[in-house]
Design a protein around this ligand. Structure first.
Ligand code: G4P
Length: 530
């Protein structure tokens, strides 16, 4: 990750990021406050309220609500401080991790939200590891400081030790729980005071001339002030100072303390993203690296979502623009099929509403409605044959066979399954012997979600049943070797929705045996999508 002072200003002002957190840490609340400060909504509560209205429309969404999980991810754009923010929402539940991993391929930075009382939780750690694989810069927001929370040094230590990253406090909390009154801004020597009375109001900010400024005593009770002075002094001695280069390289995370529900600390965090966050970064393709300032437009699909809105029965492919200045109506080439594609109705997502995108720049996320041509990993260019790399597809960990309860609907079921496979919601395997399909997912809950969606969106009641197989591996190798392998393993083979060969088994022993018997055959648990 690098800072690029030479970027054209439209690109340089873009910030494309995701929020990672453990469920309940406050991601939804923080997102809502971002939109509020970004002027995308007028009143906090709208995102949730819109969500509620949408959810009541279906049983599936009811399930989402009951489980307290967010199944569908979207991208939201808004302006703040002269910057264009593109917030890509990541589904928080561990059952949907694959989707989340892919989302993180489309962003340049991440905000890690932790609960001040709970510290680093399991899901946060997993997501953090994914960010680390890509050296994504991470900004940390320690939330819920209005509640009893841990000692500030303890929280920082835990992040440093647990995640092996340097933590630089850029704000320091004053008081905890009921006594929490705000933060001391360590970079700008300001006092940020929280207004508990009005949760949607911008908190008060008071300029202070360092910790010895007598004006401090007017705002901070003596006891808290003594503690603040002592802690900030210790922090400056013991903890690293914020270093932008180290942050951009993924070695250091700046931490803000706040309370999303009280809108406190949110603006400072947003200023942190605009001031220190990375602009759109160089993207990797198999052929070469793509710089955002290149004049031709390129982009890749990192997510496909079907039936997002019952009013628009289409699929939306979410495309991260890797380079150039896109204008509505542009003729692009869909690299996988080599077909021209006129992108006449691209959408930008503003909270839950769609808006036609007249133009977009490298770093932006646009939605392209389509009828299934666009798949995850696909590249769009102005003609160059590019294959973006690094968008993984994972072997499912749970396999079930699926049947339509009404056998007359078997054909329709195939269509529905293929659509979900293309959307990336599940893996669908067609065994080379026999009829029917095997569906693979990463978490058990996904079977329930799929069953509800297939019934709701296609009117096909289905049953998932245990399959004789428990693992799937993609098969690769020189063609004659693969042919010989196919010949002797027919009962174990299937094709995925891309037509790629997959080996199914219930025994790790089988996988080990193939390693010995067919040394030139490679069985892999991930497939890079293209
Ligand atoms: P998530 O998306 O990460 O799962 O978290 P979400 O924002 O939904 O927040 C989880 C719960 O924590 C919510 O309470 C929310 O109101 C609360 N919360 C968020 N930020 C703060 C904060 O700064 N301080 C305090 N005290 N609470 C916070 P809930 O009761 O589950 O939902 P709700 O009834 O408030 O909607």
């Amino acid at each position: 990750m690098t800072n690029r002072p030479d970027l054209p200003s439209e690109i340089a002002r873009r910030r494309t990021f995701a929020i990672i957190s453990h469920p309940d840490a406050g991601k939804t609340t923080l997102t809502e406050k971002f939109l509020l400060y970004g002027g995308a909504i007028q009143m906090a509560g709208q995102v949730r309220a819109k969500g509620e209205a949408r959810r009541t429309r279906s049983d599936f969404m009811q399930m989402e609500k009951d489980r307290g999980i967010s199944v569908s991810a979207s991208a939201m754009s808004f302006d703040f401080d002269g910057h264009r923010f593109n917030l890509v929402d990541t589904p928080g539940h561990s059952d949907f991790s694959e989707d989340t991993y892919r989302t993180l391929t489309a962003v340049d930075a991440a905000i890690m939200v932790i609960d001040g009382a709970k510290g680093v939780e399991s899901q946060t750690r997993k997501l953090f590891e994914v960010c680390r694989l890509r050296d994504l810069p991470i900004l940390t927001f320690c939330n819920k400081m209005d509640r009893e929370s841990r000692d500030t040094f303890e929280i920082i230590d835990e992040i440093q030790e647990n995640l092996a990253i340097d933590v630089a406090p850029v704000s320091w909390p004053i008081g905890v729980g009921r006594e929490f009154i705000g933060c001391y801004d360590m970079l700008r020597d300001r006092l940020e005071l929280m207004d508990r009375a009005d949760r949607n109001k911008v908190a008060e900010s008071i300029k202070i001339n360092g910790l010895d400024d007598p004006a401090l005593a007017d705002h901070v009770p003596a006891e808290l002030l003594a503690k603040l002075r002592e802690e900030v002094e210790m922090a400056r001695e013991l903890l690293p100072a914020f270093d932008r280069k180290s942050f951009l390289e993924g070695h250091m995370t700046p931490i803000w303390f706040g309370s999303a529900i009280n809108s406190f600390g949110v603006q400072e965090l947003m200023q942190g993203i605009s001031t220190y966050g990375p602009p759109p970064q160089i993207q990797n393709a198999a052929e070469r690296q793509i710089a955002p300032e290149e004049t031709t437009v390129t982009g890749f699909v990192f997510k496909v979502q079907a039936n997002m809105d019952p009013k628009h029965r289409d699929r939306v492919a979410f495309v991260r623009l890797a380079s150039g200045h896109f204008e509505r109506g542009m003729k692009m080439v869909h690299v996988r099929t080599k077909k021209p594609m006129s992108v006449s109705n691209p959408v930008l997502f503003l909270a839950a509403d769609r808006e036609l995108a007249e133009e977009a720049w490298a770093g932006d996320i646009i939605g392209i409605p389509n009828h299934g041509q666009l798949r995850i990993g696909d590249a769009l260019t102005e003609g160059e044959a590019l294959r973006f790399t690094g968008i993984p597809s994972f072997a499912p960990e749970l396999l079930n066979s699926v049947r339509a309860t009404d056998p007359m609907k078997a054909k329709h079921l195939e269509k529905a399954l293929m659509q979900f496979a293309e959307e990336g919601a599940a893996k669908v395997f067609k065994p080379t012997i026999g009829s029917g399909f095997i569906v693979g997912v990463v978490g058990a809950l996904q079977f329930e979600v799929l069953a509800s969606r297939i019934e709701l969106e296609y009117g096909i009641p289905v049953r998932f049943e245990g399959s004789q197989f428990t693992s799937a591996r993609w098969v690769a190798g020189p063609k004659p070797k693969v042919d010989a392998f196919v010949e002797v393993n027919k009962g174990h083979l299937a094709y995925d929705h891309d037509g790629d060969l997959v080996y199914l088994t219930r025994l790790q022993w089988d996988i080990d045996r193939i390693g010995r018997d067919h040394p030139e055959i490679k069985l892999t648990a991930t497939k890079e999508m293209m």
